[in-house]
Each structure stands twice: as structure tokens, then as C-alpha cells.
Design a protein around this ligand. Structure first.
Ligand code: FES
Length: 103
């Protein structure tokens, strides 16, 4: 199983959200920190590959291209029921570093 260093927990707690290209996964990942919980997901919109704006307060991602909204808790698309959900990634915290795994 491939793993990837995404960022340090210390930096994430400071910035609350970070986005980084994960070359080994051929995907761009976003990690968010909200109320003590960490979520890692692909920042490439499942509809057609657009970029997201992240609304941490309401835990939503909205796509810049066609405006679809996604729930950051469940990954579900809030705009259309037949749209694919966000792709979440498993991770662990290893000595203060967030390591993401390719499922
Ligand atoms: S590419 Fe994201 S809503 Fe269309």
C-alpha cells in the first residue's frame, strides 16, 4: 500500500486546510481540520475535475466550475443525487506527520 506525507499536524492545526499534489497517487489532496477532526479527500471534483472552494464553517466544498456542492462529512453531492461522492483517503498520524494511504 502506498503512503504519502501530506503535512505536519502542527501546520494543519495552524492553517485549518491545506491542499497538495500527491504525485504517487496522481491526485491532489485537501486536508481539513475542524473541531478536532481531520478529513482528507481528493480536491478534484468528481463531476468533471473542477477545483473546490472550501467552506469550513458549514463543512461544504463547492466546485468553481459548475457550482456543485459536497458535504465534507459524508462526501455526498448536495446538488444532484446521481453525482459521485467525494473520494476520501485513509490516513494516520505518525510522530506528528499526517500520512495518507492509497486505498
Ligand atoms: S466539474 Fe465540479 S461541478 Fe462540474
Amino acid at each position: 500500500m502506498k503512503s504519502f506525507f501530506l503535512c505536519s499536524l502542527k501546520d494543519l492545526k495552524k492553517q485549518k486546510t491545506m491542499t497538495k499534489w500527491a504525485g504517487p497517487f496522481k491526485d491532489e489532496l485537501t486536508v481539513i481540520f475542524k473541531d478536532g477532526a481531520i478529513t482528507v479527500f481528493s480536491s478534484i471534483c468528481p463531476h468533471f475535475g473542477g477545483e473546490f472552494n472550501i467552506d469550513l464553517k458549514n463543512l461544504k466544498a463547492s466546485c468553481c466550475w459548475h457550482g456543485y456542492e459536497f458535504d465534507l462529512s459524508s462526501g455526498k453531492c448536495l446538488s444532484f443525487s446521481n453525482c459521485s461522492p467525494l473520494r476520501f483517503y485513509p490516513f494516520l498520524i505518525n510522530h506528528g506527520d499526517i500520512e495518507v494511504f492509497f486505498p
